[in-house]
Design a protein around this ligand. Structure first.
Ligand code: T5A
Length: 251
């Protein structure tokens, strides 16, 4: 910090530094219900006065969304899984630099639909890339930073396939969606494996029930793992119906 900055920081009018926010990621195969649960999480966090940034991967910023479109359309498929993994990592670096890290620094909580564990499963366990290459890409993109909590939605492949087809309607399956039940099973097993290796941040959620039942599991986990005592108390009062919602306040 320069001398001028030190002087500015000492002045009584300097704004109080906010506590950094939290990063929550949602993972799981196609049709597990991630997008559906994103909305429920946003509602919960906002209800207790947390500023929330909702985002997704690949994507989240205009440049990363452009990469998403090309990746999901299969435009880079001919380059092979290694090049695709590098492009997923490039999209992640853009997303982190332009959106996630600034939001966390400003005290917002970021909820992201897919993140590093999707790369581990799709490019690693499904496409067979060397885990050391994935370690390297992960450390280039994230350094030592990791999500505070990763919710891995776990569902039977038959249910997941039906849900994914329902969501897709008449649209064609993208590069990563196309596949049979065996592929859905491999992806499910992959997420279970990845979650078992990172039990400090990953929690497996039984996503086979209806959306409200899945939301209840997720809300309990977020409240227990990430809320301060004060916030937990607020959340309990909201659930009991003794208070409607809490006014936005600094974390
Ligand atoms: N990818 C991504 C990689 O290969 N490497 C990477 O590093 C990254 C980040 C992204 C693709 O990119 C690949 C993986 C992916 O294939 P995507 O569009 O972001 O694709 O993700 P999808 O998983 O394909 O999105 P889906 O919409 O299919 O799955 P969701 O979000 O899990 O499911 P959702 O919530 O849209 O629900 C699907 C349908 O089921 C219903 C919903 O209403 C909806 O109709 N539903 C339920 N019905 C009954 N009970 C429930 N509990 C339900 N929950 C949802």
């Amino acid at each position: 910090m320069s001398a001028e900055n030190l002087t500015a920081a000492a002045e009584p009018t300097a704004p109080r530094r906010r506590r950094p926010g939290r990063l929550i990621t949602l993972e799981g195969g196609e049709g597990a219900g991630k997008s559906t649960q994103m909305a429920a999480i946003q509602h919960m966090l906002e209800a207790v006065g947390i500023e929330v940034v909702m985002t997704r991967e690949p994507g989240g910023t205009p440049a990363a969304e452009a990469l998403r479109q090309s990746l999901l359309a299969g435009q880079f498929r001919h380059l092979g899984p290694q090049a695709e993994a590098v492009l997923f990592a490039a999209a992640r670096i853009i997303h982190l630099d332009e959106k996630i890290l600034p939001a966390l620094a400003a005290g917002a909580w970021v909820v992201c639909d897919r993140f590093i564990d999707s790369t581990r499963v799709y490019q690693g366990l499904v496409d067979g890339l060397d885990p050391h290459l994935l370690d390297l890409l992960e450390s280039v993109a994230l350094g030592t930073m990791r999500p505070n909590l990763t919710l891995v939605l776990d569902v039977d492949p038959v249910i997941a396939m039906k849900r994914a087809a329902l969501r897709r309607g008449t649209a064609q399956a993208d590069r990563f969606e196309a596949g049979d039940i065996a592929r859905y099973q491999r992806i499910r097993d992959g997420f279970r494996e990845v979650a078992a290796k990172a039990t400090d941040r990953c929690v497996l959620i039984d996503a086979s029930g209806d959306a409200a039942a899945v939301s209840r599991q997720i809300e309990t986990l977020i409240a227990q793992r990430l809320f301060s005592r004060l916030r937990l108390e607020k959340w309990r009062r909201i659930q009991q119906g003794t208070v409607d919602k809490v006014i936005l306040e600094p974390s």
